[in-house]
Write a new protein. Structure first.
Length: 355
C-alpha cells in the first residue's frame, strides 16, 4: 500500500479511533453506569461517575483526545503532539456532527506542518507549536464548519428514509445509521439533531448494534474477548483502518443491518422513544438499549412530540430487544463472515485491531 495512504488512512484513523474510545466512549460507559445506578439509589459515588463520564465526553475533550491519538500514530514530536490537543478541540467543536472527520483532516495537516519545522531551529519550543497551532486553526476556520455541514446532509437522507414504508424504512435507516456509526462522523449527533425516535429510532439502534456486535463477533478469531468489549461496548470505528485496507470486511455487518432493520420495524415494531441521541449509540455503554427501555416507561419530549405514549412492555417486546440488539447481529455477522472467509473475501488477520 502507498506509504501516504497507510499514514493518513490507516495509521491516523487508528489513532483517532483510539482517542475517541479513550474519551467519548469510555466516558459514555461511565456516565451511563452512574445514571442507571442513581435510579436505584442516590449516592455520591454514583454522582461522581456521572460527572467523570460527562467530563470525558465533552466535545473539546474528545477532539483533543482524537487529535493527540492521530499525532501519536503519525509519530509526531512532543511539541507537535501536545499542540494538537488544542487543534483537535477546536476542530471537533466547530465540525459539529462531522467533528471526528474534521479532526482527522485538520490534525493530519497541522501535524505535517508542525513536523516540517520540528527541531529545525534553535527556538523549537516557540516555532513548532506556533506553526502547528496556526496551521490547525487556519484549517479549522476554512474547513471544519463545512465538513460538519456535509455530515449533516446525511440527516436529510435519513429523514427521507423514515418516510418510506416500514419494511423499506427499516432497511434504509438501519444501514445508513449503522454505516455512519462506523465512519468518522457522529451518528449520535446526527440522530439527536433529527430528533430520531419511534420506529425509525428503533431501526437506527438495530443498525448500530449490527455494526458493533457484528464486528465484535466477526473479528473474535483475531481479537478475542478484548475485541468483543472494545467494539461491542465501545465503537465499531476501531475497524475503520481495516475497512480501508479491505472494504469487503464491512459487508457482513452491512448485510446484517439490512436484515435486523426490518425485523425491528415489521416484526417486533421496536421503538426507541428515549433521548434521540440514543438512536445513534447502539451498544456503546448500552445507551441504545437503555433508550429503548426508558422510552417504554417514560418517553422523551422528542418522542412525545411525535405521538409516543408510555407502555408496559411484554415478553414479546423484551424478546425483540434481545434478538435485534444482540442475538441476530452476532449470529448473522458470524454466518456471513464464515461465508466470506470461505470464498476468500476475508482472510485471517484482516480484522485484527492494533494494540
Amino acid at each position: 500500500m502507498n506509504k501516504y495512504a497507510k499514514r493518513y488512512l490507516i495509521d491516523a484513523l487508528s489513532g483517532m479511533a483510539q482517542g475517541l474510545f479513550a474519551s467519548l466512549l469510555i466516558g459514555t460507559i461511565v456516565k451511563t453506569l452512574g445514571q442507571q445506578l442513581l435510579r436505584l439509589h442516590v449516592n455520591a459515588v454514583f454522582e461522581f461517575l456521572v460527572t467523570a463520564g460527562t467530563f470525558a465526553g465533552e466535545p473539546h475533550v474528545v477532539g483533543a483526545a482524537m487529535a493527540v491519538g492521530i499525532g501519536y500514530a503519525m509519530g509526531a514530536s512532543n511539541l507537535v503532539l501536545f499542540t494538537l490537543a488544542g487543534v483537535g478541540a477546536a476542530a471537533n467543536v466547530t465540525g459539529g456532527a462531522g467533528g471526528p472527520l474534521a479532526v482527522l483532516i485538520v490534525a493530519i495537516i497541522a501535524c505535517e506542518c508542525g513536523m516540517l519545522v520540528s527541531k529545525k531551529t534553535k527556538v523549537d519550543i516557540i516555532v513548532t507549536p506556533l506553526v502547528t497551532i496556526l496551521a490547525g486553526s487556519l484549517c479549522t476556520v476554512l474547513f471544519a464548519k463545512y465538513i460538519g455541514m456535509g455530515a449533516s446532509k446525511f440527516g436529510e437522507l435519513i429523514m427521507w428514509a423514515t418516510k418510506q414504508r416500514p419494511f423499506v424504512m427499516g432497511i434504509l435507516v438501519s444501514v445508513i445509521v449503522g454505516v455512519l456509526l462506523t465512519l468518522p462522523v457522529s451518528s449520535a449527533a446526527i440522530c439527536a439533531a433529527l430528533g430520531l425516535t419511534g420506529l425509525a429510532g428503533g431501526a437506527a439502534v438495530a443498525g448500530c448494534c449490527a455494526n458493533m456486535v457484528g464486528f465484535a463477533i466477526l473479528s473474535f478469531r483475531e481479537n478475542r474477548w478484548g475485541g468483543v468489549l472494545s467494539q461491542g461496548l465501545g465503537t465499531s470505528m476501531l475497524q475503520m483502518p481495516n475497512i480501508v485496507k479491505n472494504p469487503r470486511v464491512w459487508l457482513p455487518v452491512i448485510i446484517t443491518s439490512a436484515i435486523t432493520g426490518p425485523v425491528s420495524t415489521c416484526i417486533f415494531k421496536m421503538e426507541m422513544n428515549g433521548a434521540a441521541v440514543s438512536s445513534g449509540m447502539g451498544t456503546c455503554g448500552l445507551v441504545g438499549q437503555i433508550g429503548v427501555i426508558t422510552g417504554w416507561f417514560e418517553p422523551s419530549a422528542a418522542a412525545l412530540k411525535h405521538g409516543a405514549v408510555a407502555i408496559a412492555p411484554g415478553a414479546f417486546d423484551w424478546l425483540g430487544l434481545l434478538l435485534v440488539c444482540f442475538v441476530l447481529p452476532g449470529v448473522l455477522a458470524w454466518a456471513f463472515g464464515l461465508l466470506f472467509r470461505k470464498i476468500g473475501w476475508i482472510k485471517d488477520g484482516d480484522l485484527l485491531l492494533e494494540a
